[in-house]
Design a protein around this ligand. Sequence first.
Ligand SMILES: NC(=O)c1ccc[n+]([C@@H]2O[C@H](COP(=O)([O-])OP(=O)(O)OC[C@H]3O[C@@H](n4cnc5c(N)ncnc54)[C@H](OP(=O)(O)O)[C@@H]3O)[C@@H](O)[C@H]2O)c1
Length: 291
Amino acid sequence: MKTYSANRKVMVVTGASSGIGLAIATALCAKGIDVIGVGRSPERCDQATASIAAAVPGAGIAFEIADLSSQTQVRELAARLRMRLGAAYSGQLAALINNAGAIANWYTATEDGYELQFALNHLATFLLTLELLPNLASGAPARVVTVSSASHRNTRIHWKDVMLRRNYNTLLAYKQSKLANVMFTAEFNRRHAASGVRAYAADPGLVNTEIGMKGTSGIVAWFWDRRRRGGKSPEYGAATAVHLATDPSVASFPGIYWKDSRPKAPSAYALREAEASRLWELSERLCGIGE
Ligand SMILES: NC(=O)c1ccc[n+]([C@@H]2O[C@H](COP(=O)([O-])OP(=O)(O)OC[C@H]3O[C@@H](n4cnc5c(N)ncnc54)[C@H](OP(=O)(O)O)[C@@H]3O)[C@@H](O)[C@H]2O)c1
């Protein structure tokens, strides 16, 4: 494993073992930024490390393994990250890129008893960000970039059954989780304006990855296999998140939702302050924060 050099910036990228996250990690390393990737599979993380090292000789890449659908593992991951940041970067984190995500075509309960897409795509983002907030504040001006999706449009938070236990639907659960990403971003900026940390949501567009073929089968896997062929490359999908994490000019724009490296209006629902505040408080309860 590489020895980190002093005075280099470091960023954490979740879901860096494949797809858009791997492309984000590679692009950041190419800019001379050290990256700590997070993945759930040691084998895929080793493959990703080799791929990044081949693309960027001398890359500052390391991986941490965690299943982010487990809140225990998110907290343990955060503790390991804080140790690493303290040891090599004076505790400072320049950016957290919340990219890990999944699609599940049947109702799947996590070990905490939550619906998988809500737990992984939203709650892990929420919890890991708050766990690393002191390091981000110490690295300010720092960024939290969460990879959302155009799927956040034309949907809402299903307050009476957030886990969709009564009426599970793959797309409904995915759309709700991606809407939660944007609402979290907006609410983070309201609640932590003084921290020097700014949050953004990145829309990568349709990208040719295997996301819809993992944890799925039948019609969902078949549909995604065909749909993804019209998608852009992971490198293209990564560009907006990389821009948000690294470009100083981003701070001069008020927009929180970006696509093609430009601000774009998110759905009107995503900007409802009362709903976002309610989601924040629900997320705190579901993560056992403040108990
Ligand atoms: N592809 C698109 O068209 C598209 C469009 C809009 C938004 N997005 C968003 O982009 C993000 C990345 O998706 P992608 O298309 O690049 O899919 P992907 O190739 O499947 O990448 C997802 C990443 O998340 C990791 N991951 C999945 N479950 C995990 C868990 N329980 N714990 C830890 N890591 C986990 C995966 O690990 P493994 O390598 O082990 O599978 C992988 O590294 C997602 O948030 C997705 O919602 C994608």
